[in-house]
Ligand binder design. Structure first.
Ligand SMILES: [Fe+2]
Length: 493
């Protein structure tokens, strides 16, 4: 930035985004950061005015609203503009301007009015994008889909240091990236690198996003106040780290200002309604959960997981969720969640090994959610990230009894890049399908999941790319499933 307040290089290096759509409003996001790979981002330590424009057309001629906000240094010069007074179920375009520069144009869409009749709604969900594991090619195709909504289920970044050659990206990464993020500055740098990917930027600019975080936005497998390695981080140190990680997360996501963290606490669980067709409950399964039972990992005969006082949601979130599910009048009630809800036996033969980081380690909460599904919800559907594999599950009243009624459906989406190229099938996938009657599909390639909802039917398409370690992969639909209104469970298409 020069003395006249003009930028000598592009301050919109991380693109633009929109999110948390309501019938009359949407959040517009950008961050001024001409040098995203440098501490401080190349910005002066003062507030900088940013002008925004919302238009009805992509060429930004039919202007609907304009305004000005200040990008503040204490928020890394990010802006979260709450544009209000918009028409429901309407496409808009937006653009930012500052210091003689303008951003690219983003597309967004408001939600339909509550209870408005909606014939079709299409969204995609994604998770897990280890930058150094490969290219975000899947996002290029997601951007082309012109969706009503995109949901991110967490692991938007990973809290690991990055090598000099950027892993599979094979590109030079500055020295400042070698260490693990712990400070606010260092987490901000991580977002600078991850969000520099042009396909990720294209997906953000293509539709409104609703986001929630999982563990790696802070620390692997953290639970409430417990870090991955309590011997290396005291609770006090971890809570400061959690505050830093969540602050940087907020600064880089198109979230409402009401979601801003207060120290280590971030109010992120929330719900969204799209006409009479869909209601989304966006969960937080990290901030309020009991520590992983029996030391975490896949465990046999872990009695602790059955303890009724254990929780993955916490009391307040659970009450909120069960109330929403019970009161909803939508055709489709969706739980957008981080970790696998269905039971999954990892062990060959009659013995059972279950993962203590997933809902299998939190049986009391799962039983109450599934009971509510059975008794009060017309069409419950769970969408899930974290696993770096695609699965499609029938949710059962009793997972160990194949004759038990199917009471809901779970779609688990693979990673965008985490785990490198992956493969269609492997020994692990074969074992999971053989040991778990209710799990009907597996694929371990990279990609995203696209869902098209109508009043009669839900359709899920598993979109996968054959490789991510080189750019430019093609995409194809590996499998599609439908769920019929009033008939929980998967039907192959
Ligand atoms: Fe992940």
């Amino acid at each position: 930035m020069d003395d006249q307040g003009r930028f000598t290089s592009d301050p919109f290096s991380l693109g633009v985004a929109s999110g948390d759509p309501l019938p009359d409003s949407v959040i517009l996001w950008t961050r001024l950061v001409p040098e995203p790979f440098k501490r401080g981002g190349g910005m002066p330590d003062r507030r900088v005015p940013v002008q925004w424009t919302v238009a009805a057309d992509e060429d930004m001629r039919e202007i609907v609203q304009t305004g000005e906000v200040f990008a503040q240094p204490e928020h890394a010069h990010s802006v979260h503009v709450d544009v209000t007074g918009l028409e429901s179920n309407t496409e808009y375009y937006y653009q930012f301007r500052t210091g003689g520069r303008q951003s690219s144009v983003g597309r967004t869409k408001t939600a339909p009015a509550p209870n408005a009749r909606l014939d079709e709604f299409s969204f995609a969900f994604a998770s897990c994008q280890a930058w150094y594991n490969g290219f975000y090619t899947a996002y290029k195709y997601m951007a082309d889909d012109e969706l009503d909504l995109i949901i991110h289920l967490g692991d938007y970044i990973y809290e690991y240091g990055i090598g000099p050659n950027g892993g599979e990206r094979n590109t030079s990464v500055p020295q400042v990236y070698r260490t693990e993020p712990k400070t606010l500055d260092r987490y901000r740098l991580q977002y600078g690198l991850y969000k520099s990917d042009p396909n990720l930027q294209a997906a953000h600019a293509s539709a409104p996003w609703i986001v929630t975080f999982d563990d790696h936005e802070v620390d692997n497998n953290w639970a409430d106040e417990d870090p991955q390695d309590p011997d290396k981080q005291s609770v006090r140190e971890f809570l400061q780290r959690r505050a830093n990680g969540l602050q940087a997360y907020f600064e880089h996501m198109p979230l409402r200002p009401s979601r801003m963290p207060d120290g280590p606490d971030m109010p992120v669980y929330r719900n969204f309604t799209f006409g009479d067709l869909a209601e989304f409950n966006i969960l937080d399964t990290r901030q309020y959960r009991s520590d992983q039972a029996c030391g975490g990992g896949a465990k046999k005969d872990c009695k602790e997981r059955l303890d009724p006082s254990r929780t993955i949601l916490g009391d307040a979130q659970e009450e909120w969720l069960l109330d929403n599910l019970g009161n909803s009048t939508a055709t489709w009630d969706i739980i957008a969640n981080q970790v696998l809800m269905a039971e999954m036996d990892f062990e060959r033969g009659p013995e059972e090994a279950l993962s203590m980081d997933k809902w299998d380690g939190y049986i009391a909460d799962r039983d109450r959610v599934l009971t509510t599904f059975e008794q009060e919800v017309r069409n419950p559907v769970v969408i899930t990230g974290d696993f770096h594999r695609n699965f499609a599950n029938n949710l059962k009243k009793d997972f160990d009894d194949p004759d038990s009624a199917t009471i809901g459906t779970e779609f688990i989406g693979t990673s965008i890049s985490s785990g490198k190229n992956g493969t269609e099938m492997d020994d692990f996938g074969r074992r999971i399908l053989a040991e778990n009657e209710h799990i009907k599909y597996h694929n371990a390639q990279r990609g995203y999941v696209r869902c098209t909802l109508t009043p009669d039917q839900w359709q899920t398409d598993y979109q996968v790319v054959p490789y991510v370690t080189d750019p430019g992969a093609p995409i194809h639909t590996d499998a599609s499933f439908v769920v019929k209104d009033g008939n929980p469970g998967l039907q192959e298409r």
